[in-house]
Design a protein around this ligand. Structure first.
Ligand code: ARG
Length: 446
């Protein structure tokens, strides 16, 4: 069955190729297609394009499909192109003539747009909550190891005293900024394309504000032609946010791989959390972090992949856009899996104490020695030269680390301030689930 069948039997190879992976990918959209259809039906009733009896019957039928889907019984059949066609087919078979009214005033073009936006809204919100868990873990590690020193490196050379508090806390604040990027992508995503039909509106008197309210969008996407153009644009913004998170995960993983080497050994994990070699009995490898690093790098290519896909497309709907679904949906899964395993690892991380007692790190205290002289009134440049001399000709003896006081230094991490920035930024990630929206719409059955 093809929604666009007009008496000519389509060549099966063409159907298979054009449906592509949609029969599988679209299953991510099923519940959202149903919820979007419920809002559409309520609106059709409101503007008088269907009767209130028809609205009630259609809402009940859509709700029964929702329940089917939750039980896992709703599938896209072999001869059906996509989820939109399958839902329409189900509606026709449950309700006959009334069911066939479901597509009044819409196109699969705006239907898929609204489905994807609802799906991505939920994924974004779930991701934000996952980020919150990782953030909290990083902050509690930072608090727990606030006093444990670590040599800080620049140019991969020992530089100044750092601490596990500063290191863990730095990735927490990194996530706070990733969250801001994600919230911008969410705002871009959270506008309603439903009612723009094929990209040129319709002569039917739709009430687009009503569907926007029902689906809890912030506003409409107003210009119908822009709604088509926005496909890819919003995915690109989301991909940039995913890339930003991935970069944080990737760089943190690189630090961990480095800090786990025999030469550094700043941190470690229990034997159950590292991997071995088939030939070298001594190996304890950080494969988890290498894979997070690799997968994060691949995710960072996503904005570019999307740009390649959409850059030269003319305005209006083009089938190329279908390919966006798979790559973006997979990227959400990738980030999710990496975050999960990262959290598991951080729940088991072991930190080595007294690292900076090693004389190798003596000179990381030389800047402090310069500052000690500065506090006695010696000009910085003179103090720097005097200490440089001692460092070169020795012996340089370190002073203790106890006077880091300014915001963001090892003595004053400001974790509370960072936490309040994070929770402020979390406020926008508050989706209703598809089930909650469906229940709300059932309230319109009178
Ligand atoms: N599977 C299609 C997609 O994801 C649905 C829209 C089809 N529209 C069309 N004009 N062929 O883009």
């Amino acid at each position: 069955m093809k929604l666009w069948e007009k008496g000519i039997n389509p060549e099966p190879a063409i159907i298979e190729f054009t449906a592509g992976r949609d029969r599988k990918t679209d299953l991510h959209l099923t519940k959202w297609d149903i919820v979007g259809s419920m809002a559409h039906v309520i609106m059709l009733g409101d503007v008088g394009l269907i009767s209130s009896d028809e609205r009630n019957e259609m809402l009940k039928a859509l709700h029964s499909l929702f329940v089917w889907d939750e039980k896992g019984s709703l599938v896209i059949e072999k001869d059906v192109e996509d989820i939109h066609s399958q839902i329409e087919k189900e509606m026709a078979s449950i309700l006959g003539t009334t069911g066939r009214k479901i597509h009044t005033g819409r196109s699969r073009n705006d239907q898929v747009l609204v489905d994807i936006r609802l799906y991505m809204r939920e994924e974004i919100d779930n991701l934000a909550h996952q980020m919150q868990k990782l953030f909290s873990r990083l902050q509690s590690l930072s608090d727990q190891y606030r006093e444990v020193l670590l040599p800080g490196y620049t140019h991969m050379q020992p530089a100044m005293p750092s601490s596990f508090g500063l290191w863990f806390g730095s990735y927490a604040e990194c996530l706070a900024d990733d969250l801001l990027v994600l919230s911008a992508a969410r705002a871009l995503n959270n506008r309603n394309p439903l009612g723009t039909a094929a990209g040129f509106g319709t002569t039917l008197p739709l009430n687009r504000k009503l569907t926007s309210e029902l689906l809890e969008f912030d506003d409409l996407l107003y210009n119908s032609a822009y709604a088509s153009l926005s496909r890819g644009k919003v995915e690109m913004a989301i991909a940039s946010a995913l890339a930003s998170v991935a970069q944080t995960l990737g760089r943190f993983s690189m630090d961990i791989c480095l800090y786990m080497t025999a030469e550094f050994r700043f941190i470690d994990f229990p034997d159950e959390y590292v991997t071995g070699s088939s030939i070298m009995p001594q190996k304890r490898n950080p494969d988890v972090f290498e894979l997070i690093r690799g997968r994060s790098n691949v995710i960072q290519a996503l904005p570019n992949e999307i740009a390649m896909l959409i850059s030269n497309l003319p305005s209006g709907y083009n089938r190329d856009l279908q390919l966006l679904k798979q790559i973006v949906f997979d990227a959400f899964d990738d980030v999710k899996e990496c975050m999960e395993i990262m959290l598991l690892m951080l729940n088991n991380i072991k930190v080595r104490r007294n690292i900076t007692d090693n004389t190798l790190y003596n000179t990381i205290f030389s800047t402090e020695e310069v500052n000690r002289l500065v506090k006695q009134g010696i000009p910085f440049r003179d103090a720097y030269k005097a200490v440089a001399d001692i460092v070169k000709n020795g012996p340089f003896s370190r002073t203790s680390v106890n006077d880091y006081v300014h915001e963001g230094s090892i003595g004053n991490l400001c974790n509370e301030e960072i936490a309040s920035i994070f929770s402020e930024r979390m406020k926008c990630f508050k989706n209703k689930s598809a089930g909650e929206l469906a229940d709300k719409m059932m309230g319109y059955v009178k």
